[in-house]
Design a protein around this ligand. Structure first.
Ligand code: HAM
Length: 433
C-alpha cells in the first residue's frame, strides 16, 4: 500500500520539478522577510497551531467563510473543541492579552511566519495547509501605522523583484458607518434577492457586505450599481481614510480605491487593502489586511486598535517562479571531496570532518566508481568546488582543487590545505552575502 498526501496539501522538498516547492527557495523568501521585519522593527511572535475553537468563532467571526465553512475542528481526548488555526490575528490577540504584553511597549509590532489551515476546495493557489507571513500592530489608532504596514508589504514585493502588482484599498468604516451602509445596501439588493446566488442569499441576513465581493458572475452584475460604502463613512472614518490616501500619494505609492473590497473576515473596520496580481489566475490575492478596532476588546483585552496584514507564501513563490525573478544559488556544499582509492577515502573522511568543524560546508563522495561520474554528480548537486584526493596525490602531498563554476583548477599542498580552503570560503561568502 502506497500512502498519498491528503488532498490540498503539498511537500516542501530539497529538490523537486515543481520549483516553488523547493526548500532553498522558501529559505530565501524567509530570509528576505526576516531582514525586512528587522528593518521596520517588527519582532517575531509564535503562537500554537491550534487553539480553542471559540477563539476563532469569536475573533474571526461566525459569518466568515473561514470559520463557518472551513475550520478544521476536532475534539481532544477530554472532549474539548479545538481548531487548527485558519489565520494568525486572533491567536496573536489572545497571546497579547494572556501574556500581559500591554505594559512592555508604547506600540506593539509583531511579525509571524507559519502554517494556517482551511478546509477549502483544493485548487491552484488554494491549499488546506498554506503558509502566511503577517504583521500585526497594536496601539493607538494611527494613520501613519496603516501607511507603514502597506509600505512594508509593498517593500517585500519590491525586494523580491516582483512586478505588475496592484494595491487595492477601501474603507469599511466604523460600526456606525457600516450600519447606515448596510441598510442602504439591503434596500438596493432586496428587489434582486431571488436572483442572488445561494451563498449571497445566506449572507443577505448575516453579512450583506460580503455580497459585494462575491465571485458569482450574476452577483457581480447585480452589485455593479450598488451604493458605495465610501458615501456612508462617518466623519472620523472619512478623515482617517483621506489622510491615508494623502500619505500614499505623497510617497508616490500607486493604489486603486475599490469600494467593493470588503475582505472575508469579520473583524475589520476602517481601512482594508489587498495586493493582487493578474499573473496568478483565479486566486489573485497575494496578501491583504486592514484595521480592526474592536477585536482586542471583544476578546477581553484593552480598548486598543490593531492593524495588520498577511500574505500567502505559496502564492508569492509561485509568482516569483512565474516572473523568473532572481533566486540566490544554493551555496553548499562548498567543497565536494572525491577520494580515489581506499587510503584516500580514510584520509578524506577525517579531512571532511575537520573542514566541517571549521564551518566549511563539505560533502564527501563515499561511493566513487569513476572520476568523471563523481564530477558530474558534484555539478548536479550544485557543489561550488571539488577536491580530488587520490592515493598518488596523498603520497605527493598535493591535491587538485577545482572551481566548478569557473573551471579553474589549482594544486593545494597537504600542509596548507585547510587554511587555503578556509580563505577561499571566506572570500566566497563575502561575494555571496
Ligand atoms: P486572508 O486574506 O484570509 O487574511 O489571508 C491572507 C493571505 O493568505 C491571502 O491573501 C492569500 O495570499 C493567502 N491564503 C489564504 N487562504 C489561502 C489558501 N487556502 N491557500 C493558499 N493561500 C491562502 C488573513 O488571514 C488575515 N488574518 C490577514 C490580517 C492580518 N488582517 C489583519 N491582520
Amino acid at each position: 500500500m502506497q500512502y498519498q498526501i491528503p488532498k490540498g496539501l503539498f511537500d516542501i522538498l530539497p529538490y523537486s520539478k515543481e520549483e516553488w516547492t523547493i526548500s532553498s527557495k522558501w529559505h530565501y523568501l524567509e530570509k528576505i522577510i526576516k531582514k525586512l521585519s528587522i528593518d521596520y522593527n517588527y519582532e517575531e511572535i509564535r503562537t500554537p497551531i491550534f487553539e480553542k475553537t471559540e477563539l476563532f468563532t469569536r475573533g474571526v467571526g461566525e459569518s466568515s467563510d473561514i470559520v463557518h465553512k472551513e475550520l478544521y475542528t476536532f475534539l481532544d481526548k477530554a472532549k474539548r473543541e479545538m481548531s487548527l488555526r485558519p489565520e494568525g490575528t486572533a491567536s496573536i490577540m489572545r497571546a497579547f492579552i494572556e501574556n500581559s504584553l500591554l505594559q512592555e511597549r508604547k506600540t506593539h509590532k509583531f511579525f509571524y511566519i507559519g502554517p494556517m489551515f482551511r478546509y477549502d476546495r483544493p485548487q491552484a493557489g488554494r491549499y488546506r495547509q498554506h503558509h502566511q507571513f503577517g504583521v500585526e500592530v497594536i496601539g493607538e489608532k494611527c494613520v501613519e501605522i496603516d501607511f507603514e504596514i502597506i509600505d512594508l508589504l509593498l517593500n517585500l514585493f519590491k525586494r523580491l523583484e516582483l512586478k505588475n502588482l496592484k494595491l487595492l484599498i477601501n474603507s469599511v468604516g466604523d460600526l456606525e458607518s457600516r450600519e447606515n451602509y448596510k441598510n442602504a445596501l439591503l434596500k438596493y439588493l432586496k428587489p434582486y434577492f431571488n436572483n442572488l446566488s445561494e451563498d449571497s442569499k445566506m449572507r443577505f441576513e448575516s453579512n450583506p457586505l460580503r455580497i459585494l465581493d462575491s465571485k458569482d458572475l450574476n452577483d457581480i452584475k447585480i452589485v455593479e450599481n450598488a451604493p458605495s460604502i465610501l458615501e456612508f463613512l462617518s466623519e472620523g472614518s472619512k478623515t482617517h481614510f483621506d489622510n491615508l490616501l494623502a500619505l500614499l500619494k505623497k510617497a508616490k505609492i500607486e493604489f486603486e480605491v475599490n469600494p467593493k473590497l470588503v475582505r472575508g473576515l469579520d473583524y475589520y473596520d476602517d481601512v482594508v487593502f489587498e495586493v493582487v496580481s493578474n499573473d496568478l489566475g483565479a486566486q489573485s490575492s497575494l496578501g491583504g489586511g486592514g484595521r480592526y478596532g474592536t477585536l482586542l476588546k471583544n476578546l477581553g483585552g484593552p480598548n486598543l486598535s490593531g492593524v495588520g496584514f498577511a500574505c500567502g507564501m505559496e502564492r508569492i513563490l509561485q509568482l516569483m517562479v512565474k516572473q523568473n525573478v532572481f533566486f540566490p544559488k544554493k551555496n553548499y556544499p562548498f567543497v565536494y571531496i572525491i577520494p580515489m582509492g581506499e587510503k584516500a577515502k580514510e584520509y578524506s573522511i577525517f579531512l571532511t570532518r575537520e573542514l566541517r568543524n571549521h564551518f566549511i560546508p563539505t560533502e564527501i563522495d563515499l561511493h566513487v566508481s569513476k572520476l568523471q561520474k563523481a564530477l558530474a554528480y558534484a555539478s548536479k548537486i550544485e557543489a561550488a568546488n571539488v577536491l580530488i584526493i587520490g592515493d598518488e596525490e596523498l603520497e605527493k602531498q598535493k591535491f587538485s582543487f577545482k572551481n566548478l563554476e569557473t573551471r579553474n583548477q589549482e594544486e593545494l599542498s597537504l600542509e596548507n590545505i585547510k587554511i587555503e580552503i578556509q580563505k577561499k570560503y571566506l572570500k566566497y561568502k563575502e561575494r555571496h552575502a
